[in-house]
Ligand binder design. Sequence first.
Ligand code: FRU
Length: 475
Amino acid sequence: MTKTPVHQHPHFRPYIHYTPAANWMNDPNGLVYFAGRYHLYYQYNPHAVRHQHMNWGQAISTDLVHWQEQTVALEHQKHEVFSGSAVVDWHNTSGFGAGKQPPLVACYTGHTADNQAQFLAYSLDEGASWDHHSGPVLDLGKRDFRDPKVFWHADSSCWVMVVAHPVEHQVEFFRSPDLQEWTTLSMFGPSGATGGIWEVPELFSLQDDAGQQHWVLKVDLFPGGPYVGSGVQYWLGDFDGTTFTPRTPARWVDHGQDFYAALTWSDLPERRVWMAWMSNWQYAHDSPTEKEGWRGAMTLPRELRVCVDRDGPALAQRPVRELQALRQAHLPLPVNGAAALHPGQAHELLLSWPPATDFRVRLAFTSGAGVEASVEVTPDELSVHRPANEMTSDLGGYPGTHRAKLPSAPGRHDLHVFLDACSLEVFACGGRAVITDLLFPSQPISQLQVDVLGLEPGSVTADLWPLTASTGPRR
Ligand code: FRU
């Protein structure tokens, strides 16, 4: 009698990525750093694994890596609480403050079937509880007008808000002295990719290594991304307090299929860090995590830089350094060989090699059922392939190969990979090329094979670490 093989059913709850304990989550909202704590609010339905009755859920961290879920922060009342941002109002320009502590002020879209307008809420206890300010502060009487991102513009000493006109493929800039009275500044768009509605815009500045300032405008869209469904585009340019002038063509931020609605932390000194929803509106409602009672995970937090190389200035992303604290003892990883992965843990892989004119570096992630995903680097290109399987038969557009062009002539190649229970995040050439993909293997991934062609194996350095589970929602 033949024995039926035991099918090991994988579970998909991430170890090192944020997911709420139960139900539906999408965009990060109101990311703000205050008094040593990172606040992560997010689009949340506390009642079901579907996008409905949206609220702002909340989690708090002191290191961007270990998150503690809190009770819902902004509840659905007369309208749904759609995406938005939060700031520390250091000088109490809003007048919401009382006493010594500055208020945290959130600006979000109140959504009803026929109107979207921008509303405020404020917290006087470090984000633990919120009061809604009565009435909208910006209402153009439109059905689609959403996702306000607010920041303090020091040069003109005022608040600036950028909001999406999704259907027109435009974003509009507004200014205010007090977060309450807003006047229009300018419009940007249509420009770049316009194959879908525009959502979740953000404008911020970054200095490159030579100290030159660049303004980054990023806009998400659905559909019309680089493959199926959603994507995020950006321009580098100038902002004079009124108008954004692009200096580069539009480019994709991430060349995978599951990076959306990215938002940076407000009021974080010295560095610019963002996080995105690790999904795609194309199939977000069909992901196979429903059986586990949750749906929606965030990407890892990433620090942003502008790199200037032969190809001109471009955005680069690196996983934040705090993640290094999760590393456990090295696992042996032979180049041109295989390593056994630890069951029940996430893994981090770091490979590096000198430039060569012709090479191929290939990673294969395998389970008892075969290759579940593969990553390839050649001198010109990074690619990730995720094959179809029975877990993802309902996810239209899931199988495929996602490709990112590499910068010409890097000093050295590096490949930085994070594998978690349902995701793969791949950073190449110092984060100049990034691919983020959900990955629903048919069985738990248990082995990593690394093959190099056209390189001296001894010239490749390889580090592999299992990562400790965070004190997150996995319980
Ligand atoms: C982006 C988005 C936003 C909106 C929110 C609703 O994913 O569609 O435009 O505010 O999600 O949950």
